[in-house]
Write a protein that binds this ligand. Structure first.
Ligand code: URA
Ligand code: SF4
Length: 207
């Protein structure tokens, strides 16, 4: 089970483990290179993503493509995923229960891709690694967590129309090639397996 990215995408497309499945047109499992050195984690699908079943294909996605191009990267060389795979109604924030129900997919994607560097986009994926930290403090600083290199940046949708934030995210992206280069030179970290919270076992009956 969940032995490949394709298998995860199949499971996600049929998933009904939280209420977000009710409003979706298409689930958005994420996409990119299975052997990507660099993985981006956003928040959740918006309306274009829901219609197309692909991550970051609306206005925020065009900005992300620009940011990638500015550092010589194409989206098919990286992997792009989200915290939740189905669109929250009216683009509201995903609820803790929805993030919790969906985390098994992202956790396994991270394990299978095993990227050298994870770039978190915005506060929800930041909280996946550093709960309670503010994005304005955390952004643009490389960190380690559970044996993984994490580089938090702002969400491109938040930065799109605000000049100050826009300069900040552009600046933070400019540092990615150097961070990646340094990560390549260092020995691989030893990622810790993610321990899923499992529900209590059913009461066993002897009869
Ligand atoms: N915003 C996100 O966080 N993810 C997407 O896929 C699109 C917009
Ligand atoms: Fe399943 Fe995640 Fe979609 Fe919820 S958001 S239905 S957990 S795939």
């Amino acid at each position: 089970m969940m032995d490949s990215l394709e298998e995860i995408a199949r499971l996600v497309s049929r998933c009904a483990d939280c209420d977000l499945h009710r409003g979706r047109t298409n689930a958005v499992p994420g996409e990119g290179a299975a052997d990507a050195e660099l993985m981006f984690i956003g928040e959740g699908p918006g309306s274009q993503e829901d219609l197309q079943g692909r991550p970051f294909v609306g206005p925020a996605g065009r900005f992300l493509d620009e940011l990638l191009a500015s550092i010589g990267l194409r989206r098919d060389r990286v992997f792009i995923a989200n915290m939740v795979k189905c669109r929250p109604p009216q683009n509201r924030d995903p609820l803790p229960a929805e993030i919790g129900a969906c985390s098994k997919y992202l956790n396994r994607q991270i394990e299978l891709i095993n990227p050298r560097l994870i770039v978190t986009l915005g506060r929800f994926s930041l909280a996946r690694f550093f709960p309670g930290e503010s994005i304005s403090r955390a952004r643009g600083r490389l960190r380690e967590r559970d044996g993984r290199r994490i580089y938090p940046v702002m969400h491109p949708a938040a930065a799109l129309y605000r000049q100050e934030m826009r300069s900040a995210i552009v600046e933070d992206f400019q540092r990615i090639p150097t961070i990646l280069e340094e990560a390549r030179r260092q020995p691989a970290l030893q990622p810790e397996p993610v321990v899923e919270e499992t529900p209590p076992p059913e009461q066993m009956s002897l009869f």
